[in-house]
Design a protein around this ligand. Sequence first.
Ligand code: PEP
Length: 255
Amino acid sequence: MKNWVVGNWKMHGSLSMVTRFIPTLLDGLTEVRGWEQAARVLICPPFPYIAPVAQKLTGYAVGVGAQDVHPLHQGAFTGEVAAPMLAELGVSACIVGHSERRRYNRESDALIGDKLRAVVTAGITPILCVGETLSQREAGRERQVVKRQVMSALKGLEPAAFAKVAVAYEPVWAIGTGRTATPEQANEMHQYIRTLLCANLSPEHGSATPLLYGGSVTPDNAARLLALPDINGALVGGASLKAESFLSILKHSLN
Ligand code: PEP
């Protein structure tokens, strides 16, 4: 399986950043032999920058992703963006259920499941984010929380459709905090998610689902995390805002 390296710019960036970042990334990639065979690379900028990023990436094996989507395909929902609109812009993946949206926008598991199905229907790969808060981990409830998040997203999805989904385990206490899960903590949860998927879909689909880790991934810790057998990539926030650090993480994913 390819290692995924996904940059989530969150609500950062500008047109001038796009103009500097994308050529620096593409230049850097020309020096990395064989990366296209080994990695799936995606940049998820804020909505207004999707089109300019996509345009600059035309002809390169770097994809553009979105950070969110509305669960319906059209309608009177002022300010919202539908999955077919993203597909039209060339978006190939969409983050769904990021913990910041669960927290600040009060997104429920049911809504996240609806978004996930809308994304799959539009032919876009959902990157389903799951993960426990610090208090949930301290209470020993991390598996229970992650199981609920994964299972409710799976509901109503054909096993074959789930084959198009990637899952990102992002412990909430590790996002933007500089506090990374230890490789053992991350790998243990990834193994648990893998077992869940195999038991509830099919061993074939469960073992083919890319499982990404997210939470303060940097060039300094990427190699250790990405070397683990059940970690198939990284969802990178802060360190994806500089082309140099994003490239460095990408290089670690190839080792
Ligand atoms: C994220 O945005 O999903 C994330 C993991 O952020 P950070 O790398 O900054 O912790």
